[in-house]
Design a protein around this ligand. Structure first.
Ligand SMILES: NC(=O)c1ccc[n+]([C@@H]2O[C@H](COP(=O)([O-])OP(=O)(O)OC[C@H]3O[C@@H](n4cnc5c(N)ncnc54)[C@H](OP(=O)(O)O)[C@@H]3O)[C@@H](O)[C@H]2O)c1
Length: 279
């Protein structure tokens, strides 16, 4: 039975993953900022999940969580850390404030690294462990008006590549899960960010509105978070985890197009699919 911490487990992919791993007999610690959501997760798991509230941008709270997990595991710590907490800041890059851009990096990049640094040393010293970072297809493809988010996922991908190579000699595997659109609260968060720039006062207003029309259909029709939970379970427990898991598999097509088509063609495809070509 592996001892696993999943960040961002109060909703969506993290919540589904916590329940799936607990159902498969793993010892699961689940985190997020919302205490009430953690209590309801504990109740739904019939006490098999332990909720520990912390914000991934709060170093003192991360340290307190590390100490609590050490105490609960008789000093052992974790076998598996799933860095899943994150959100998508929508909006045209020219118009996003520095504060909005920094906040996006604080959660998706610096938060992920801070939690990793808190739990990695014991894994490295034992010569065994897994860090599973939830990236995104947006770590390869940056859509317009979602550039802040996409850039953080490019960063997660780069950091994970180096970490994987640094930690392999120490017996710690680093794995990136790369979901495409998934049916969670996440899409609404992106839309809320874009909405602020969809009015006539924004020079991008018409384009943002057009893009939002396409984006609004994406997440409600997307696969359920259980497909990601299954990939994370495989990454956490299989004897030979893969460095990357693209979920669902159909998203490989998008990544390959980006890799092998001329860049201007990819731009055209994105403009056509999103409706921006005529906006
Ligand atoms: N859904 C998609 O289409 C999709 C696609 C590709 C990648 N992803 C990635 O998958 C991960 C999970 O997304 P999701 O779809 O499950 O989104 P979600 O339903 O909105 O859940 C996001 C989770 O992150 C937590 N979180 C956000 N800010 C936090 C902070 N500062 N500190 C601690 N926890 C924080 C939230 O908990 P609290 O609010 O309680 O703090 C919540 O549990 C993200 O990294 C996202 O980028 C999602």
């Amino acid at each position: 039975m592996a001892k696993v911490l999943i960040t961002g487990a109060t909703a969506g992919i993290g919540r589904e993953t916590a329940l799936h791993l607990a159902n498969q007999g793993q010892e699961v610690f689940a985190s997020g900022r919302r205490e009430d959501a953690l209590r309801s997760l504990e109740a739904e798991s019939a006490g098999r999940i332990k909720g520990i509230a912390f914000d991934v941008t709060d170093p003192a709270a991360i340290d307190a969580a590390r100490k609590q997990i050490e105490a609960e595991t008789s000093g052992y710590g974790l076998d598996v850390l799933v860095n899943n907490a994150g959100y998508g800041q929508g909006g045209p890059l020219e118009q996003l404030s520095d504060a909005e851009l920094r906040a996006q990096y604080d959660v998706n990049v610096f938060g992920l690294m801070a939690v990793t640094r808190a739990f990695l040393p014991q894994m490295r010293e034992r010569g065994r462990g897994r860090i599973i970072n939830v990236g995104s297809v947006a770590g390869s493809i940056a859509l317009p008006f979602l550039g802040a988010y996409a850039s953080t996922k490019h960063a997660v991908q780069g950091l994970s590549e180096s970490l994987r190579r640094e930690l392999r000699p120490h017996g710690v595997e680093v794995i990136v899960i790369r979901p495409g659109a998934i049916r969670t609260e996440f899409g609404q968060g992106e839309a809320d960010g874009m909405e602020a720039f969809a009015g006539a006062e924004s020079p991008y207003g018409q384009q943002v509105k057009t893009f939002m029309k396409w984006h609004g259909q994406l997440h409600p029709r997307a696969p359920k978070p259980s497909v990601v939970a299954e990939a994370i379970y495989h990454a956490a427990t299989s004897r030979r985890p893969r460095p990357y898991y693209v979920v669902p598999l159909t998203n490989y097509g998008i990544i390959w197009l980006q890799k092998f088509l001329p860049t201007r063609w990819v731009d055209r495809v994105i403009e056509t699919v999103t409706g921006l070509r005529n906006a």
